[in-house]
Design a protein around this ligand. Structure first.
Ligand code: FES
Ligand SMILES: [Fe+2]
Length: 461
């Protein structure tokens, strides 16, 4: 890859070709939690937050009636920062000269102007549509005169509040390298390797915090295996992928014995989301929001297909490692991501802690540099998904540049096909894994209290 290509696929600010592609999709702008006074006391008095999305400075605020406003941050009068504005319940007022804007960007008042002034009618602040889904506020940053696409019906959005939990964290690096770590089926055998396994009973109900430590579905001679053991003992997966309406379905096979094959199916939702299994009944859907070219927020949706989630416990577990109110990881380049030689020698392959698996990925993403220099890399067979995704990305950028529709954008009819997508991590009878995993996924869905009805309806339709 040459420098020009690398620039093309990584730069996302206004006016860039890749930025135009990413503006074809709903993008996560903030967690609803960020406006919860219990988590950020400032929000009790003034629910206003500065946000930066795709290299643009915006202000997000909540009106007294509960509606959300997302406006350009620079006041259209003389450019002061509206994120310091006075939230008056029915609009946000710039403290410089008192101009006031509602959630749609309409100018309500210009109080320093002479009585009877019509200036207000000629001023409009750019506003962006906001939708709340599964604890996240999504923004649509596409052209002002165009219509946002329908929202896909993925499980992470279909699950009720009781069965979903959203969290996020900031990485100091470009969005694409964050996504490329997530869709890399080879790395868990190394980056997330534990040199010893924890007894499965010790995981208990805590799968949400212990990725790769719970059991794979299925058994070896009647014995359940933790994912960590399979990842460690079978580090050379056979990787394949298939095109799906939302992107790619990824399969990593690890033949274990003559009779058994470990199968891990994950999903890449174009352009920046992956779905992976966390346990037999939990999935993570992780999206990557480019703050700008060199910073990325990951947004993770935890979706339970069984019991309701203990959100307070999940939040507490994560806030040990990530500091509110801006969701900044406590470890990073400044402290060598918490690296300890002793741990690397005796406990983990990486040496950056056992509890926060997310930090392992953070290191991989950030240590490459703010924008990975892809002119210097050497890709292998195990990088085939990364290569395929880059080809799709370049093509999609060209499609949008020439006025076409970005891939995976559902029209109303397609939105119904954008379901699932299913994942699995399990030990299958060798040769039967293609049926085995589909059956596993079907069983999981059939047992999800919130899903059975919706699925049945879709099958009838
Ligand atoms: S700059 Fe905002 S009112 Fe003057
Ligand atoms: Fe990872």
């Amino acid at each position: 890859m040459n420098q020009e290509q690398n620039n093309l696929i990584t730069r996302v600010g206004p006016g860039t070709a890749c930025g135009a592609l990413l503006r074809s999709y709903w993008q996560p702008a903030a967690l609803v939690d960020e406006f919860d006074p219990a988590l950020d006391p400032r929000m009790a008095q003034r629910p206003v937050k500065a946000v930066r999305l795709l290299g643009m400075d915006l202000v997000l605020f909540r009106s007294a009636d509960g509606s959300w406003g997302l406006l350009d941050r620079a006041c259209p009068h003389r450019g002061a920062d509206l994120s310091f504005g006075r939230n008056e319940g029915d609009g946000l007022r710039c403290p410089f000269h008192g101009w006031k804007f509602d959630v749609d960007g309409r100018c309500l008042e210009t109080p320093a102007e002479p009585l009877g002034s019509k200036l207000c009618e000629r001023v409009r602040q750019r506003s962006y549509p906001v939708i709340e889904r599964s604890g996240v506020l999504f923004a649509w940053l596409g052209d002002e005169d165009s219509t946002p696409p329908p929202f896909p019906e993925f499980d992470c959005f279909a699950a009720p509040a009781s069965h979903s939990f959203a969290f996020k964290g900031l990485w100091q690096a470009n969005w694409l390298q964050a996504f490329e770590v997530g869709i890399d089926p080879a790395h868990p055998s190394f980056l997330h390797r534990y040199l010893q396994d924890e007894p499965l009973e010790a995981i208990g109900g805590n799968a949400a915090g212990k990725q790769f430590r719970s059991a794979s579905a299925g058994a070896v001679g009647g014995e359940q295996w933790p994912m960590t053991r399979i990842m460690r003992e079978f580090p050379r997966p056979e990787i394949s992928f298939e095109t799906r309406p939302w992107g790619m379905q990824l399969t990593a096979l690890r033949p274990m014995t003559e009779a058994l094959t470990h199968v891990r199916v994950t999903q890449a939702i174009f352009p920046a989301t992956f779905v992976i299994p966390l346990s037999e009944t939990l999935t993570i859907t992780q999206m990557h929001l480019p703050v700008d070219d060199t910073r990325t927020y990951w947004y993770a949706f935890f979706t339970s297909f069984a019991a309701p989630l203990d959100k307070a416990a999940m939040r507490e577990q994560r806030t040990q490692f990530i500091a509110l109110p801006d969701y900044i990881p406590k470890s990073g380049r400044h402290n060598d991501w918490g690296f300890r030689t002793e741990e690397q020698l005796t406990q983990t392959y990486l040496g950056m802690g056992q509890e926060d698996i997310n930090l392992h990925d953070q290191w991989a993403v950030e240590s490459m540099g703010a924008i990975q220099d892809r002119t210097l890399e050497h890709l292998g067979t195990s990088d085939k998904v990364i290569m395929a995704n880059r080809r799709v990305l370049v093509k999609a950028i060209e499609t949008v540049r020439s006025g076409g529709v970005a891939p995976g954008i559902a029209d109303a009819a397609q939105a119904g096909e954008m379901r699932g997508p299913d994942t699995v991590d399990g030990i299958a009878p060798a040769g039967e894994w293609p049926h085995w995993w589909v059956q596993q996924a079907r069983d999981k869905r059939a047992h999800a209290p919130w899903l059975a009805k919706a699925d049945a309806k879709a099958e009838l339709a």
